[in-house]
Every structure is written in structure tokens, then in C-alpha cells.
Design a protein around this ligand. Structure first.
Ligand code: TYM
Length: 329
């Protein structure tokens, strides 16, 4: 049986990008694999959350996960900071991670550019902690979105390096996974780039219908095609890509035909897209609210997840310590 792992930072509500990039695939995999899904609260410390917000964010994301179909009976669902073994593996892997390669990571370079006032060491070593998350359970497959591909590549590198230095075949070399297809990048509503929590271009699963309608109606488009059958510019293609995720085939081909005939009315397309998103998110939103209000259930899930995660993490750490040469006198 293969081990599958994925995670998410508790820094805002789950959005369509998180769902279609990672959570959906994970849910499909939990039937036939040994699955771990965790909330990356150590990682979220790079953004310096207030102590009173940290716990609340974790609770929110945990409710959202479960509402999306993660099943605590089938998967181990846990909070990263509940398994301190991951912090030890992060320390150990960090000894063989080089500053140059960490500085060259795209996400790090982007943070340096976007927030020069807060370039902390946690951001620099973000990929090492992520590698520790994955290797602590010796995962084979990691369902993630396209934006995490480079981090996964670094995890593979760190795992191979460890095996080579210590002349062992200990760590599996984990693969980013999307059922044999390319990793997904869900676009945002602002015309370019990916949907993201901090970009202000996202539709959250918890958004009320009126919020969804407002966001979609404000999405960036253009003046419309000047020639029949022309290639769609990025902002327009993005709306079609979102339709591919939530609308049925007939709707998509209707609007494609209209576009190709230069008869498209973006207002109509947006109205339809908003309604299709609402149909998709409404049952999830209702489940989130039910679960969020059930503290007893959430506490039980966290307790069971913590025990199972620690059992697996402790085994890995004691084996890694032995390989490295920490032995009692
Ligand atoms: P995070 O919290 O930014 O996102 C969680 C998951 O959602 C995916 N995702 C997307 N996929 C497609 N299109 C989008 N627009 C989009 N936005 C987000 C992400 O690819 C991710 O799979 N570093 C990770 C959390 C993490 C992790 C790990 C993941 C920490 N350790 C170990 C896997 C394995 C992150 O910040 O994801």
C-alpha cells in the first residue's frame, strides 16, 4: 500500500484553488492508500499570526477539510505542531540543505520581492520543513497544485541526498501527484496568475452566494473578440478554465460557440459561472458551518490524528537518528 500525504497552511479560508488543486485528489485517494493530511501551522508562523488567531484558523481549516470529504476514519488528519518529530527531522535535513539552493526557490524570491520587511529564516527554509512533512511519513505520493511543484522537486532532492550521504535506501522519492495528469493551476478572478488566499482574487468555499456573485461579476475580462475563432486572452481563458471545473459540458460549449462567433456577452457568462459555483459550493458551505460548531467532534478528530501521526513520526525519527549515528554509549 502506498502512503499519500498533503497539507495546507491555516492562513485563510479554503478556496476553489485549494479544492481543485489538492483536496479533491486527496479525497479520491483515501479509499485505497495510507493517507495523511495535515494543517501546516508551523509554516503559517512565517506570517506572524496573533496567538488568538492561530488556534481559530486551524479550527476553521480543519472544519473545511472535513466538509470537503476528508474522512477521519480513513485518513490520519492532524495538526503539524501536534507532531514535534517533524521539527527534529527539519533540523536534521537542514544540515544538508544549502543556502544557495534555498535562495533560488521561486517562492522565496517572490517573498523577498513582495515583503522585503519580513524576510525571515523560516521563509528561507520553508522547503526544508515541507520536505520534513513529507518524509516524516515516508510518503510516496503528494497531491498538490502546480504552485508546489518546485517544493516537491526539492523534497526529492533532499531525500536522494540523505540516501546517498548515508548510503541507505531509506527515504522514498515522493512524486507530486494528479492521477497521471499535469498538476492543476486554478486561476484567480483578477485576470492573471493563480487563485490565492493573499491575492484577493479567490472564491472561498465558505462564501455566501451574494459574495460569489459580486466577486465573479467584477472579474477582469476584455472588450471581446475582434475575429471569429480567435485565441482567448488570459483573463477570458481564466473564466473558461473556472467553468471547466464547475459547469456542465453543454454550458461550456454554448459559451465557447458564442465566443468563437464573436457573439459573447461576458455578463451572461459571468452570471452562469457564478450560479454554477454556487451550486457547487453550497452543500460544502453548509457542512462547514455544521462541523465548525461541533467542538467535541473536532477535538476528537484532532486527538485521534495526533496519536496516529506521532506513532508514524516517532518510528521515522528513531530510524533516522540511528542512520545518522546517534547511538547510546
Ligand atoms: P497552500 O496552503 O498555499 O495550498 C494548499 C494546497 O492548495 C493548492 N493550491 C492550488 N492548486 C491549484 N491552483 C491554485 N490556485 C492553488 N492554490 C493553492 C496548493 O498547491 C496546495 O497543494 N506549502 C504548502 C503547504 C504544505 C504542504 C506540505 C503541502 C506544507 N507542507 C507538504 C504538501 C506537502 C502550501 O503553502 O499550500
Amino acid at each position: 500500500m502506498q502512503t499519500v500525504l498533503s497539507g495546507i497552511r491555516p492562513t485563510g479560508n479554503l478556496h476553489l484553488g485549494n479544492y481543485f488543486g489538492a483536496v479533491k485528489n486527496f479525497v479520491k485517494m483515501q479509499e485505497n492508500n495510507n493517507c495523511y493530511f495535515f494543517i501546516a501551522d508551523y509554516h503559517s508562523l512565517t506570517t506572524h499570526p496573533k496567538p488568538e488567531d492561530l488556534q481559530e484558523n486551524v479550527r476553521k481549516v480543519l472544519s473545511e477539510y472535513i466538509a470537503c470529504g476528508l474522512d477521519p476514519e480513513k485518513s490520519t488528519i492532524y495538526i503539524q505542531s501536534d507532531m514535534p518529530q517533524v521539527a527534529e527531522l527539519y533540523l536534521l535535513l537542514g544540515m544538508n540543505a544549502y543556502v544557495g539552493e534555498l535562495e533560488r526557490t521561486t517562492t522565496f524570491k517572490e517573498k523577498v520581492r513582495k515583503q522585503p520587511e519580513n524576510v525571515n529564516a523560516g521563509l528561507l527554509t520553508y522547503a526544508v520543513l515541507m520536505a520534513a512533512d513529507i518524509l516524516i511519513h515516508n510518503a510516496h505520493k503528494v497531491p498538490v497544485g502546480k504552485d508546489q511543484e518546485q517544493h516537491l522537486e526539492m523534497t526529492r532532492k533532499f531525500a536522494q541526498r540523505f540516501n546517498r550521504i548515508y548510503e541507505v535506501d531509506y527515504f522514498n522519492i515522493p512524486e507530486p501527484y494528479n492521477f497521471g495528469e499535469k498538476l492543476v493551476k486554478v486561476p484567480g478572478l483578477d485576470g492573471s496568475g493563480k487563485m490565492g488566499k493573499s491575492e484577493g482574487n479567490a472564491i472561498s468555499l465558505i462564501d455566501e452566494p451574494k459574495v460569489i456573485r459580486k466577486k465573479v461579476m467584477k472579474a477582469v475580462t476584455d472588450a471581446g473578440p475582434a475575429e471569429q475563432n480567435s485565441t482567448k486572452p488570459e483573463p477570458v481563458q481564466n473564466l473558461f478554465s473556472l467553468m471547466e471545473l464547475v459547469s456542465n459540458k453543454d454550458t461550456i460549449s454554448y459559451f465557447n460557440d458564442k465566443y468563437n462567433a464573436c457573439e459573447i456577452r461576458y455578463g451572461d457568462l459571468k452570471k452562469q459561472l457564478a450560479e454554477d459555483i454556487i451550486v457547487f459550493t453550497t452543500p460544502i458551505r453548509e457542512r462547514i458551518l455544521d462541523i465548525y460548531n461541533n467542538s467535541e467532534y473536532l477535538n476528537k478528530i484532532m486527538k485521534i490524528g495526533k496519536e496516529k501521526a506521532i506513532e508514524s513520526g516517532s518510528k521515522t525519527i528513531s530510524e533516522v537518528r540511528k542512520i545518522i549515528g546517534f547511538k547510546p554509549f
